[in-house]
Design a protein around this ligand. Structure first.
Ligand code: GRF
Length: 219
């Protein structure tokens, strides 16, 4: 299945997807990795794996809509069946999101609906929550509000810094994102209106808890 992956930064989630493809676990063809940041380390990871890269710099466009149109043209040139937001740090315009409705997945570093937006780890520590985590969801026009596919939980420990928590959450991101992408690539995962269907069965609102997936079907 042809996919395009959008990044803005380190690209550790991208790396987990590349690793899945290289291990033969992920039936996708990464046609391109596109970044809005020319210096994103993820671009080096893509190049090292022999994947085509492009930069569409938002600073080169007068408005969000102009940038999104250019980004959409760059993506669509590769005819992806799925667009993967792997740490892509831009708010997307409604027209862009609607164009990819039902075929765009995002990973968010929190247990949505808690802590949408930025600085999730700092906010989780400030609020004193005992549990934090990550969520894979379909992208809709509500920022971080689309139907949820998978969540993974991590404990918050006394004395955690935001970086400690981020590292613990990232480890889980690297497990749940490839899993959700695999389901989509296998034709098992669909968005229907505000619901997610896995094997034609609607998922609970919070999505599936990764801990509930039997080990042999998660790998
Ligand atoms: C991840 O925590 C992702 O959930 C968030 O940005 C971070 C990107 O990390 N949106 P990386 O670039 O995949 O290493």
């Amino acid at each position: 299945m042809p996919v395009v992956i959008l990044i803005s930064g380190s690209g550790s989630n991208l790396q987990s997807i590349i690793d899945g493809v290289q291990a033969g676990d992920l039936p996708i063809d990464i046609r391109a990795v596109i970044s809005n940041q020319a210096e994103a380390h993820g671009l080096q990871r893509a190049k090292a794996a022999g994947i085509h890269t492009e930069v569409v710099n938002h600073r080169d466009y007068p408005s969000r809509e102009d940038f999104d149109r250019a980004l959409q043209a760059a993506i669509d040139a590769h005819e992806p069946a799925l667009v993967i937001l792997a740490g892509f740090m831009r708010i997307l315009s409604h027209a862009f999101v609607e164009h990819y409705l039902g075929r765009m997945l995002n990973i968010h570093p929190a247990l949505l609906p808690h802590f949408p937006g930025l600085n999730t780890h700092e906010r989780a520590l400030q609020d004193g929550v005992q549990e934090h985590g990550a969520t894979v969801h379909f992208v809709t026009t509500e920022v971080d509000g689309g139907p949820r596919v998978l969540q993974a939980r991590v404990p918050v420990r006394a004395g955690d810094s935001p970086d400690d928590l981020a590292a613990r959450v990232l480890e889980q991101e690297h497990r749940i994102f490839p899993q959700a992408i695999r389901w989509f690539a296998e034709g098992r995962l669909k968005m229907q209106y505000d619901k997610v269907l896995l094997d034609d069965k609607p998922l609970p609102t919070s999505g599936i808890d990764f801990a509930d997936i039997p080990a042999d079907s998660a790998d």
